[in-house]
Write a protein that binds this ligand. Structure first.
Ligand code: BTN
Length: 276
């Protein structure tokens, strides 16, 4: 049986009849790029591209996503009909966090949708990170295209560190990464893929029927940085302040030292040490 057919069967066993084609490649440049070209050729919603490896995997903010064998590299095509698009990254984060939890790993979310593992001890003694800094288990890259009537499609690209088959990223970068296999050595990539897709269907439906439940589920899994000093970087800009909340539309709310509340829709948050 092909890997794609096996994945369809796993989904069926979870009660999910997958509604569109699943392509599973040995290697592609980027599953997002492959799926974007299918989207332009009118591929239906829920078309999926997975690859064992990527040669030019992309992360947020133009960063590379190192993609050796052993990781899950998956992209899903969505054609959203609801209006609160800011919640889509949060819904995807909740879906991925729940999927990795099905594999026995407790995950936390950092806005908008970094999936992290919080542990006290550094993974490697020489790791250039402070004890207690969360490590990244999965990342999500949403890329959208609009036409005259509005949003046409969103390609949701999901990368999950499943097994560390071979060193992939530079050492300093790997010290900040976590793998499901560290705590669940028998994890199967196909099981992670099925869990991600099944949970994504649930939380995508929730965006239409109950957007408040998405925010609530996201908050429950969020790293507990509320009330703490953070820095948000978006492109060349950086804003420092206290982390206040995530609002009903998925924006991050930060209070600056001057007491102004700023609502932010994109960027990368880092926690600042109290003394900095
Ligand atoms: C991030 O920077 O956190 C987002 C990483 C997203 C990586 C995934 S892997 C599958 C898909 N294809 C890509 O080229 N990127 C996304």
């Amino acid at each position: 049986m092909s890997k794609a057919a096996a994945l369809q069967a796993r989904l069926r066993a979870k009660g999910v009849e997958w509604p569109a084609a699943i392509e599973w490649h040995a290697v592609v440049a980027s599953t997002n790029d492959r799926l974007k070209s299918l989207a332009r050729e009118a591929a239906p919603e829920w078309t999926v591209v997975i690859s064992d490896r990527q040669t030019r995997g992309r992360g947020r903010d133009g960063r590379a996503w190192t993609s050796p064998a052993g990781g899950l590299y998956l992209s899903v095509l969505l054609r959203p009909r609801f209006s609160i698009l800011g919640l889509l990254p949060l819904a995807a984060g909740v879906a991925v966090a729940e999927a990795v939890e099905e594999q026995g790993v407790r995950a936390a979310l950092k806005w908008p949708n970094d999936v992290l593992v919080e542990d006290a001890a550094p993974a490697a003694p020489a790791a250039p990170r402070e004890a207690g800094d969360p490590r990244k288990l999965a990342g999500i890259l949403a890329e959208a295209a609009s036409g005259i009537p509005g949003l046409e499609w969103v390609v949701l690209g999901i990368g999950v560190n499943v097994s560390r088959a071979e060193p992939g990223a530079p050492q300093a970068q790997e010290a900040r990464m976590a793998w499901i296999a560290e705590s669940s050595p028998h994890v199967e990539l196909g099981a992670v893929a099925a869990a991600v897709l099944a949970r994504l269907r649930v939380w995508y439906d929730a965006l239409g029927s109950s957007p408040a439940s998405v925010v609530e589920a996201w908050r429950r899994r969020s790293v507990a940085w509320w009330g703490q000093p953070v820095e948000l970087r978006a492109g060349m800009e950086a804003l420092r302040g206290t982390l206040v909340d995530v609002d009903a539309e998925g924006a991050l709310v930060i209070e600056t030292a001057e007491g102004a509340r700023r609502r932010l829709v994109s960027g990368e948050v880092t926690r600042l040490r109290r003394e900095s």
